[in-house]
Ligand binder design. Structure first.
Ligand SMILES: [Zn+2]
Ligand SMILES: [Zn+2]
Length: 101
């Protein structure tokens, strides 16, 4: 992961944690991001210790669990939020139909 610096202060930002957010309610934060699918989105949250600014990133870019690596296209289940390969007809966790299938 690259070091994040606050755009305003230039100090290193601190990792706060991950949050699952509901896209419909937070479009004002993430409205410009491409590749969004319906449902919950995992975000990685950072804060500036100096000015308190919060930055949100898609959790996939900071995946340290090794589960979602690889170049295979993935989709996210609109029901339970799990990521899985785009060529599966349905969610392997809950069985919800793949909206892209
Ligand atoms: Zn700052
Ligand atoms: Zn699911």
């Amino acid at each position: 992961m690259e070091q994040l610096k606050c755009l305003r202060c230039g100090v290193e930002m601190e990792f706060v944690g991950r949050e699952k957010i509901q896209l419909g309610r937070t479009g004002w934060i993430l409205g410009d991001l491409p590749n969004l699918v319906a449902g919950a989105l995992e975000t990685a949250i950072f804060t500036c210790p100096k000015c308190g600014k919060l930055e949100f990133f898609q959790g996939d870019f900071f995946d340290d669990e090794g589960e979602e690596t690889g170049s295979i296209a993935e989709t996210r289940c609109p029901s339970c939020g799990v990521s899985y390969d785009l060529d599966y007809p349905k969610c392997p966790r809950c069985g919800e139909a793949n909206p892209n299938w």
